[in-house]
Design a protein around this ligand. Structure first.
Ligand SMILES: NC(=O)c1ccc[n+]([C@@H]2O[C@H](COP(=O)([O-])OP(=O)(O)OC[C@H]3O[C@@H](n4cnc5c(N)ncnc54)[C@H](O)[C@@H]3O)[C@@H](O)[C@H]2O)c1
Ligand SMILES: O=c1ccn([C@@H]2O[C@H](COP(=O)(O)OP(=O)(O)O[C@H]3O[C@H](CO)[C@@H](O)[C@H](O)[C@H]3O)[C@@H](O)[C@H]2O)c(=O)[nH]1
Length: 586
């Protein structure tokens, strides 16, 4: 069947290059959206004119007879510097079949148009609509309006939430981006197979948690979801695809995945590594202006071509010099190393916080003095109750496991210390509270402010709050939790999992509160675990009135005004700060 593309244009539905060829029939051939130009007979001037979207057309849709004659249509593949979706120019969108004949656009325009950074009509599918897949693909859709981006997931509720006003993740600025693109060139769907089939580039952004059972349990990455996604692609794909590792994976995963994909022997796949460096809470900022974009590929011609295609997508908004193209193993390893270095800095400053408490030094002063050395730098120097999040611990343990597997036990041990230091920091915080409250917290009420692993996210994965609560429950304390963004059900699920108790049992120890003041009512102590900005603005005079005396504040993030709190009458403990003489440490 002839493809209905006219001019020098590589159609998204097939890999053929079509050149001034008159098909007998016109099909959409993989293009699902056509735009009509209204009220104009001019073909070559692009803006200003009005585009009227026609109804979405299914793949390979045949227009009814009489078939289109090519001379009646002009397809163009560039709209100013940003290539748009395929444009169907027509004087009357409602009369798409009765357009007066028009001469084709001059050849030279087409030459200019096809040399755009990204091919018109490119289709992206992202498998996994989570914290990475959702924001990353939304930003690609925003920056590349001519690219169709389908985000697929096996979880129906998650997809339903992405299609609602209540997105499944909280991320500042995400709402706006999604609203700008959803239904235009960004789609969330559970139609995994169809989107795989239609895509030119498939990102895989599924979860890769730490293995719970089997060889490498507790350390190695569990690639079950990844492999399932790869097998699905292998089974369904009919045309060549670029498959992109967006998930964080161990080195050599691309090689293994390539074997799975090519095992089916149906078509050609190029596997790229393109790790994501966004941090939660600042995902949109990080995606908008990344420090770098890393693309790893095999060194063959196919690999370089695929790498270039992906680089061209990012080049829509990321300066070329920030797009690093490396070999695939360097790319995979760099992601694990980046997270290990970041976590190592947090553990280092947390280790220093213990020295400060023992010596009377102030951790923030030390961090400032050390961080002003340009070789060291000031970032990631904030002492805390311990790092959390879905990545740091998982990725370091993954690196540790890789080192062990490669016969490098000393290197493995070196990186493992970062996680052990983090565990120690959480335990130090709990011990300070128990000792501060005269060596027992049994039956005492502790208000826990914050449950997310950091501010500006509703994510609780590996949050220090979970371990701290587990230890409080072990000591039979009463805990009143307030977090501005974390869903209640998430807290119950985290605590039942961590404590190996059912919800009713956990509820004997834990209550969830609508605000900080309520949580502090009749409490012996208040502990800040997440650095939410709003905690700085609480009326602490009011809190003090409501709390049992002596009233304690344990600031696990060093975000409160400790001087002021002491003036009000609180006994204050802050990570890495000179100890309050009134705080019992026995
Ligand atoms: N969260 C972050 O900030 C972050 C940042 C950089 C990299 N990463 C890495 O990115 C990956 C994804 O992380 P995340 O936080 O987005 O995970 P997530 O759990 O939020 O999302 C993963 C999604 O994949 C879906 N999924 C799993 N298997 C599937 C399949 N076979 N087909 C379709 N959908 C499937 C799940 O239903 C889930 O919605 C991980 O490897 C993680 O280490 C995460
Ligand atoms: O000075 C600091 C900085 C961070 N943290 C804690 O460290 C954890 C991780 O914070 P952050 O790195 O900001 O958030 P993540 O979303 O986990 O992002 C990390 O993990 C992602 C997943 O791999 C990477 O993409 C990011 O580059 C990397 O920063 C959180 O609990 C923070 O509170 C500190 O305690 N002190």
């Amino acid at each position: 069947m002839a493809c209905g593309i006219w001019g020098r244009y590589t159609c998204s539905g097939c890999t053929e290059r079509h050149r001034d060829r008159a098909p007998t029939k016109l099909t959409t051939h993989g293009l699902t959206r056509l735009y009509a130009r209204s009220n104009s007979t001019k073909t070559d001037t692009i803006p200003p004119f009005k585009f009227i979207p026609l109804p979405t057309l299914p793949h390979n849709h045949f227009f009814p007879s009489p078939p289109f004659s090519l001379s009646e249509y002009s397809y163009i593949s560039q709209f100013k510097s940003r290539p748009p979706s395929l444009l169907l120019l027509s004087p009357s969108p409602s009369k798409i079949l009765h357009i007066p004949p028009r001469p084709p656009s001059p050849q030279k325009d087409y030459r200019k148009m096809v040399s755009t950074p990204c091919q018109d009509g490119l289709k992206i599918c992202c498998i996994g609509a989570g914290y990475v897949g959702g924001p990353t693909m939304s930003v690609i859709a925003l920056k590349c309006p001519e690219i169709t981006v389908n985000i697929v997931d096996i979880s129906e509720p998650r997809i339903a939430a992405w299609n609602s006003d209540n997105l499944p993740i909280y991320e500042p600025g995400l709402d706006k981006v999604v609203k700008a693109c959803r239904g235009r060139n960004l789609f969330f769907t559970t139609q995994v197979d169809q989107c795989i089939k239609e895509a030119d580039i498939i990102f895989v952004a599924v979860n890769t948690p730490t293995k719970k059972v089997g060889i490498g349990a507790g350390r190695a990455a569990d690639l079950t979801y990844w492999e399932l996604a790869a097998r699905r692609i292998a089974q369904v794909a009919e045309t060549p695809k670029i498959v992109v590792e967006k998930s964080t994976v161990p080195i050599k995963t691309a090689e293994a995945i390539s074997a799975v994909l090519h095992g089916a022997g149906k078509t050609q796949f190029s596997v790229l590594s393109n790790p994501e460096f966004l941090a939660e809470g600042t995902a949109i900022e990080d995606l908008d202006a990344p420090d770098r974009v890393l693309i790893g590929s095999t060194l063959c011609e196919e690999g370089s071509k695929a790498s270039q295609t992906l680089a061209d997508v990012y080049a829509h908004w990321v300066p070329r010099e920030k797009i690093l193209q490396t070999n695939v193993w360097s790319s995979e390893l760099s992601k694990l190393v980046a997270n290990s270095f970041l976590a190592q800095r947090v553990s280092s400053i947390n280790a220093v916080s213990a020295i400060c408490e023992a010596s009377g030094a102030d951790v923030d002063e030390v961090a400032r003095a050390v961080g002003m050395d340009t070789r060291i730098g000031p970032k990631f120097m904030k002492a805390s109750v311990g790092f959390g999040g879905s990545c740091f611990q998982k990725d370091i343990l993954n690196l540790v496991y890789l080192c062990e597997s490669m016969g490098l036990p000393e290197v493995a041990h070196y990186f493992h210390q970062v996680v052990q230091m983090n565990d120690l920091q959480k335990e130090r915080f709990v011990s300070r509270i128990i000792h501060g409250l005269f060596n027992t917290i049994t039956g005492k009420k502790i208000a826990l402010l914050g449950f997310a692993f950091k501010k500006d996210t509703g994510d609780t994965r590996e949050s220090a709050a979970i371990e701290i609560c587990r230890r409080f429950i072990e000591e039979k304390a009463q805990i009143a939790i307030y977090d501005p963004k974390v869903e209640e059900e998430q807290i119950w699920s985290d605590l039942t999992g961590a404590c190996q108790m059912d919800k009713i049992e956990v509820q004997k120890y834990v209550t969830l509160c609508p605000d900080a003041i309520t949580a502090c009512d009749n409490a012996h102590a208040m502990a800040v675990v997440t650095e939410w900005d709003e905690f700085k603005d609480i009326n602490y005079n009011k809190v003090f009135e409501k709390m049992i005396k002596p009233s304690f504040v344990f600031d696990g993030r060093n975000v409160l005004d400790h001087e002021l709190l002491r003036k009000i009458g609180f006994i204050v403990y802050a990570i890495g700060k000179p100890l309050d003489p009134k705080l019992s440490t026995a």
